[in-house]
Structure formats: C-alpha cells, structure tokens
Design a protein around this ligand. Sequence first.
Ligand SMILES: Nc1ncnc2c1ncn2[C@@H]1O[C@H](COP(=O)(O)OP(=O)(O)O)[C@@H](O)[C@H]1O
Ligand SMILES: [Mg+2]
Length: 514
Amino acid sequence: MPDAVTTRSVLVRYFKARIPFISFRTSERARALDVLKSVASEINVPVYVHTLSKGLVDIVTGRSVSEDRSLMGALDFASEQMKSRQNMSFVLTDVSDIEDDTAVSRQMVDVALLASERSGSIVVITTKPIWPTLQRLGMSIELDTPTEDEMLGIVKATIEPYRGQIPVEWRDPELRQAASILAGISQIEAENVLATLLAKGSIATTDMEELVKAKDRIFSDISGIERVPVRDLSVGGLAGLQAWLERERPLMTADLRERNLRPPRGVLLVGVPGCGKSLSAKAIAASWKLPLFRLDLANIYGQYLGQSESRLKDALATADHVAPCVLWIDEIEKGLAGAGGSDSGTSTRLVGHFLFWLQEAQSRVFVVATANDVSQLPPELLRRGRFDEIFFVDLPYEDERREIISLYVRRNLKAPISEALLGQLVQQSDGFAGSDLEAGVREVAKDAFLKGDDVVNDELFLRSFRNIVPLTKTNPERIEAIRAWGRDRAVPASGRLASAEPADGTKPRRVVLT
Ligand SMILES: Nc1ncnc2c1ncn2[C@@H]1O[C@H](COP(=O)(O)OP(=O)(O)O)[C@@H](O)[C@H]1O
Ligand SMILES: [Mg+2]
C-alpha cells in the first residue's frame, strides 16, 4: 500500500486529469485531509471539505461556506456551485449508505456526473465498499498507515514538546524503536497510545513493553483477524510434530538475512477430527510465546466483487504488521471450499492471494492451518514450497493414548490411577480420538465432583470409557478416507511410520502434487 508521498502524487494527477469521482480508501481521515490540503494548495483549485460536525469548509482557510451541515445539504450545495463554476472539488468524509443502490448513492452519481461536465470532482474518504455504478465513474486511491519513517516523525512530534516538562528517558534509539513498534497502526492510534504514556507523567525506556501491549490491543479489534488468548496447553503424543516445531523454533527469531534463509512459513495439519489439530495450533503459540491470531475465512467473504480479496489482503497485512505471531486458520477447507469448481471465482482468487502471500511475505508470521475434510482442499495448497510441512494427525497410538489419558487424569482428578487400570483403558480405547479420551476422563471427574472423590474407582473409569462411542464407530468410512489420504500424502505427526498399524502394509510417502 502506498505511503503519503506516493498517494499525494497520484492525487495531483487525478485532480489535474479532472477525475469526477475519487474514492479515497483509508481509515486515516486526518492524514488523508492533510494530503488533500497540500494538493489543493499546490494546484490551486477550490476544495471544500464536508464533515458532519463542521459542515462544509474551505480546506485551505477553514472558512465555513454553508449553514446546512447535513450530507444532503452538502451535496445540494455542491450541485448549485458546480452549475455556476468550473473546477470545484468537494471532499466528503462522513458518507454512509453508499454500499449499494440507495438514495444517497444515486444522488452521489448525479453530482459526480455533474462534476464530470463541469470539470469538478467529488472525493469520498471511506473504508467501505462503494456501489459499483458510482465507483465506475471514477478512480480510487489508497493511503496506508504511516511508514516507519513517517511514524518516527509522529513519535518525535508527540514526545519532544514534553522534554523538560516531565522526565523523558527516550533518546534517538528509543524513539526509533517506538516508531518501529507502532508501525502498522494509524496516526491517531499512535498518538493516542503515546498520549496515554505521557499521561502517566514520565517516559521511561521500560515503557516499550507497554507500547507492544497497546498495539496488540489495537490489532485485536480489527476484523478479519482476531486475537486469541492462549494459556499454557499440553498436547499428548504427536511427538513428530513436536520435534519438528522444536527444531524450527529458533528460526522464528534469528536474523536469517545473511544466509538468505526465510523464516518458517507454517504447517498444515490434516487428519481425524478431535485428535489435537486445533489444540496444537494454540499450543504452538503458547510454547513459542508468540501472540496467536485467528483468521476466520467465513468472515472474509463479502457480498461485493473484490470485497473478499481486499478483506483477506487487509487481514494478512495486519498479520504482517503484528509479526512475530502465529496465524491460525482453523478448518481452512471450509473457507476455501469450491476453489476450482463452478461458483468458484472468489475462492479461487482468495486461494491465489493467500498462496502468493504465503510464498512471498518476508514477515515472521507462522501459519498453522488445520483441515478435517481433505477432499475439499484445493490441490494448489498442497504443493511443495507452500507450507513448510504437511502433517497428518492420526488417531492416537497406544502410547499416545496412554499419554493423553494420564494428562487428563492429572488435570481433572485428585489422585493418579494405577498402572494396571491405565493399561486396561489404553486397550479399551482403541479407535478413540483425543477428544474421546478426554471425555472419558471428564465423565469420571464430573462424578467425583458431584458425588465426592471416593466414588472414583476402576469400574467407574471402565464404564465411562465403555460409554464413549467414537467417530470411528459412527462414521468409519469417513475416518478411513481421511486416514488413507493422510498416510499417503503427509508426514505422520506422531513421528512414526503409519504402516505400524494398517494391515495392507502401505508406507507413508510424500507425494509431490503438481
Ligand atoms: N493429542 C491430544 N492431547 C491432548 N488433548 C487432546 C488431544 N487431541 C484432542 N484432545 C482434546 O480434544 C479436544 C479437541 O481437539 P481438537 O484439537 O479441537 O481437535 P481437531 O483435531 O478436530 O482440531 C481438545 O481441546 C483436547 O481437549
Ligand atoms: Mg479443530
């Protein structure tokens, strides 16, 4: 996305070309107005700005030109003026209801058509989509949040006036560090964060942590990606995945430039439902001590052409800004289903953009995508070089079941269970998913809570496990299809060859799909 200098030069061209309608796409109204003001003075055309609070004012002098403060009032005024004078420009900052065919958008179309006859222009500052009939009359322009250099200017302008009045420990290196932490948020947000620091009466070097937190909070409010709090989580089994993660971990923070390596991009976890894919995504963030953001593709889909892609772009750009972080895309197949099919234009483009980002982005965003229904996955996603690795999360093996049962016994019950009982439960739970094992222990724990700990005995455990009906029983074909796929195409997350169990002796191998 363009910085202020680029945006300004494009705007000058648009104004000189008398583009009748310009949508200025940014959440930074104040900076956008600064840019417009400087453009207006340079090319010397009258530009009026409308806000609901002040009505219409001359952008350069600030002088009010109309009594009526409403948007409709401003549009009427604009029409009147343009009928009698050429080269008039109007900037609207508080428009709503122009996403589709409404009274406002129709009136805007009329005014824009008039502008095109009278060499004027209408500029709308907004982040919302615009009714295509209106947008087609003009051009659009973007303004990104401040670059690191621009942010340094903002930090200095906010902090320096206080030097001498309150203790300010920040020198050049700290000012720069603050600018780099704040990069990615808007000018107003940055000023608010800094003002909050100033309000406590001193600026210390230790305030950097506070800045990081404040920025996190800002990003957690952005739609598209959502901050997920993580606590320390334990995953039972999946030793192969754990070992791989342990090996990659230092690469997330090291400086890899001199070796021309890129930071790890991420993993795709596919496999049987309830076996710890989503849990692993959370556990990775917890163990790497990185913030976890969840990208919900269902929220990305928009109604208008191009809207979904721009939302996805925004979400991924946001992830880039908050890096280092873990970006979790749960059940990715649901969001991307249909790519390559008939009604698939949007999802195909989304997949395309996602893969492009996955391959090209240089930021330290570690993607953990999970999928249950692999038949729905677009094949491009599985090609080599996209994810660093594709792991298959199978039903837990004997020793993994042992680990998971022990884990939940430790967590939910007061006393450990005997080795003999553990052995029996492990045997009895062949075909159980991790979630089934957890449910088996949970039932016992519930009884212990409701009826007292002395009701806990071996029989209660065995009964509770007998009552569990795993998915492998209720839907064996589905589970077998997932397993067959996973054994063939992905690396076993358990860390052992999948041939340990299947009778047909198939060996797992990584197939390079083209
Ligand atoms: N390997 C495991 N270790 C510990 N708990 C597990 C494991 N697998 C599943 N569970 C339990 O089952 C729940 C559901 O697992 P989840 O990770 O959501 O499954 P999915 O693979 O479908 O994403 C988890 O929240 C956890 O409580
Ligand atoms: Mg899941």
